[in-house]
Structures are given as structure tokens and as C-alpha cells.
Design a protein around this ligand. Structure first.
Ligand SMILES: C[S@@+](CC[C@H](N)C(=O)[O-])C[C@H]1O[C@@H](n2cnc3c(N)ncnc32)[C@H](O)[C@@H]1O
Length: 185
């Protein structure tokens, strides 16, 4: 069975993240990805997670604390402000775009801020590091965001970056898609 975009994202992250790395969860939500990253960088690494919703920050902190994780910082701020909080090189940045399941669907990631955040992430990414995006485009804002993100990542210079786009072509209901950017040098 082929893996869905979310599972693919985890595989692409696991391939390159090592204990001691600094990594970013750009959309903490309920903290599933934050916890996944925290397990990969333990014991000496660090995860920095961002979300604009207090409820998401609390939910992520709760998940981390239940798992006994202390090496993750959860920040109530937009991912477009990444560089205000991180200055060292990062091995990976994950974006799980869209809205928080079970919460207000109008609070969702937006293309202009997502692209600002990808630009910031590219400036911080170490060589062989990856930016992984899971794109949900079943809703209207998601369709606009998908198109803007794909247009933007397609312009990245191939001498510096590899850009992968993975999508199921024969599935109904706009299944999520995956984009992976790897810094080559
Ligand atoms: C699909 S959810 C993320 C799910 C999460 N990865 C998890 O494991 O539960 C998307 C999240 O992005 C957040 N978000 C929206 N705009 C944002 C922004 N500019 N910066 C950071 N987070 C944002 C939303 O509040 C929402 O919690």
C-alpha cells in the first residue's frame, strides 16, 4: 500500500534527522509532529514549535508533557516570524498546512505567511536539511495556498535545492499532497 502524504512526510524527516539536531515544527496544532520530531532528536537535540492559536500551544505542551519530553519549546507566534526565535542552523522544518482539526476552520495557514516562513526556513536550513510540507487543499484557502506554494517552490534554483512534489492522481476528495525541499549545498 502506498503511504499517504502524512506518512511520507515522516519517512522523509526520519531519513535525515539525527539525535542532537535542531528542528522546527512550523504548525504545532495538537502536537503530533512535534512529538515525532522530539523522539528523533533526543537526547541532545531540540524542537521549536510554532502556532498562532493558544489552544494549539496548550494541546502540544500537554502532549509533550504526557510523553515526558522536555527538549521542545512551543511558541505562540506565526511561523513567518521564525527568525525572531531561531538563529542557528536547522536540520528540518515541517509544515502541516490547513486548520486545526476540531477547531475553528477559518483559522488556517495562509499562502503569503506560509511562503514567508518557507523563505525564512531556507535561510536557516543546513546542507542536506529538508523542509517538508503536507498540503491540505480540500478547502478554498487550501486550494489557493497549494497553488501559491507549488508556484513558489518550483522557482527554487536547482543548483541549490531539490524539490519533490508527491500527489495521488486518481483519488477523490482532494487528498493531501507532499512537498519536500532538500538543500544540496
Ligand atoms: C493542520 S494543523 C497542524 C496539525 C499538527 N501538525 C498536529 O500534529 O496536530 C495547522 C495548524 O497551523 C496553525 N497555523 C495557522 N497559521 C499559522 C501561522 N502563521 N504560524 C504557525 N501556525 C499557524 C493552525 O493554528 C493549526 O493549528
Amino acid at each position: 500500500m502506498l503511504q499517504n502524504a502524512l506518512n511520507q512526510s515522516k519517512i522523509y524527516l526520519k531519513e535525515i534527522i539525527e539525535p542532537g539536531d535542531v528542528v522546527v515544527d512550523a504548525t504545532a496544532g495538537n502536537g503530533h509532529d512535534t512529538l515525532y520530531l522530539a523522539k528523533l532528536v533526543t537526547p541532545s537535540g531540540k524542537v521549536v514549535a510554532f502556532d498562532i492559536q493558544q489552544a494549539a500551544v496548550e494541546s502540544t505542551k500537554q502532549r509533550l508533557s504526557s510523553a515526558g519530553v522536555e527538549h521542545a519549546e512551543v511558541i505562540l507566534a506565526g511561523h513567518e516570524r521564525l527568525e525572531e526565535f531561531i538563529s542557528q542552523g536547522v536540520r528540518a522544518v515541517v509544515f502541516n498546512l490547513g486548520y486545526l482539526p476540531g477547531a475553528d476552520h477559518t483559522v488556517t495557514t495562509e499562502s503569503s505567511k506560509t511562503i514567508q516562513a518557507i523563505e525564512a526556513a531556507l535561510r536557516l536550513l543546513v546542507v542536506k536539511g529538508r523542509i517538508v510540507l503536507v498540503i491540505y487543499h480540500g478547502h478554498q484557502t487550501g486550494k489557493i495556498e497549494r497553488s501559491a506554494v507549488l508556484d513558489f517552490v518550483a522557482t527554487l534554483p536547482q543548483e541549490q535545492y531539490q524539490v519533490l512534489h508527491s500527489a495521488f492522481l486518481n483519488q477523490q476528495n482532494s487528498p493531501p499532497e507532499l512537498v519536500v525541499i532538500e538543500r544540496k549545498n
